[in-house]
Design a protein around this ligand. Sequence first.
Ligand code: COA
Length: 426
Amino acid sequence: MTQALKGVRILDFTHVQSGPTCTQLLAWFGADVIKVERPGVGDITRGQLQDVPNADSLYFTMLNHNKRSITLDTKNPKGKEVLTALMKTCDVLVENFGPGVLDRMGFPWETIQKINPKLIVASIKGFGPGPYEDCKVYENVAQCTGGAASTTGFRDGLPLVTGAQIGDSGTGLHLALGIVTALYHRTMSGKGQKVTAAMQDGVLNLSRVKLRDQQRLAHGPLKEYSQFGEGIPFGDAVPRAGNDSGGGQPGRILKCKGWDTDPNAYIYFITQAPVWEKICDVIGEPGWKTHPDYAKPAARLPRLNEIFARIEQWTMTKTKFEAMEILNKDDIPCGPILSMKELAEDQSLRATGTIVEVDHPTRGKYLSVGNPIKLSDSPTVVKRSPLLGEHTDEILKDVLGFNDNQVAEIHNSGAVSPPRKVEAAE
Ligand code: COA
């Protein structure tokens, strides 16, 4: 068994969440990911949301597994020399600096191409070319500008951002696909190219069904939205639709036994047309199988509130897991609302490596989300994130071939900071 990206070397200039998500995936697939960090400081997330004093935060550790860390001041002349040497030996440079940062560092695309024409340069920015291209962007800004927030939440409430990091991690995923595609292209063309993923574009891509509905609005009301059954007219933009299903099979979140004390005692219930008759039997409404108001999907659309209220009377008599078991026997699509606590304790997710326990020298054991993408011949082994500059000398010597004197010279120039040794950290 070999790792799929073994032999690929990544110059990882990423920070915070979006870029690190991308390079962590590449590392999990076997690429040698060299994370370049500012001397003494490192990725800002090392110190953000810290739960254990003097230990890298979970924010950092959970996004930087399987990487090596080198400190490098890229504004120091010696640091620039080291960076140039790294560019020559790497296959891909990945960055998510603010707009123009790489240029200001002295490394515009034209210069990089001269240094290494085979180097793929992959970037995440908040926006693509246009009026906002110079803006810095974080997760929630992307959710708001990419169409997710205006379509999330309840019709009569504020736009909402979602807990899933579709702007950061979502765009990191998009970029990873762009990188492996450019690597594949390079095997034939022999040339590197620029790969860019804008967070606004990534979020819009994930909100595609809402652009679909925007266009459907021109041809009449969106009949599967609850507001249709409630007789509330549609405006000129796609409204927020609460927990209505985003597809053609109506669905809702319904209360289950214990909902009055447990904030997660709910189930998502889909009234999929092919199993409608089974749903009628389960909830004790066999008459609905033939009744003209309920038998056909189109007849049900104006009555969704009434139908789901009746289904909820049934789900409230069961726990979410009991309901899941009964409904699944009849192939009725549904899913319990699982809390993070329940997911963290889920043994089947542990067994597949989707939730992993990782040991770390300064913080001890913690849980992380492992690689959600499984390759049959290239399994992922999750290794702890590096300490700041842990691999500086190793990279200077083994990757770049500098001798002891040259390494000492680089240290004396202030271009790197003394590596944080694992023994010292323990
Ligand atoms: N050595 C020396 N300087 C370094 C360095 C290093 N190793 N690494 C970074 N820097 C410098 C940069 O050169 C830059 O300096 P400059 O502004 O003088 O040119 C400076 O650090 C700040 O970089 P920047 O990326 O703008 O960081 P920021 O903290 O000000 O902004 C973001 C953070 C995330 C808002 C910004 O990077 C951004 O918009 N990124 C693109 C979108 C994105 O990925 N957002 C989501 C993040 S999860």
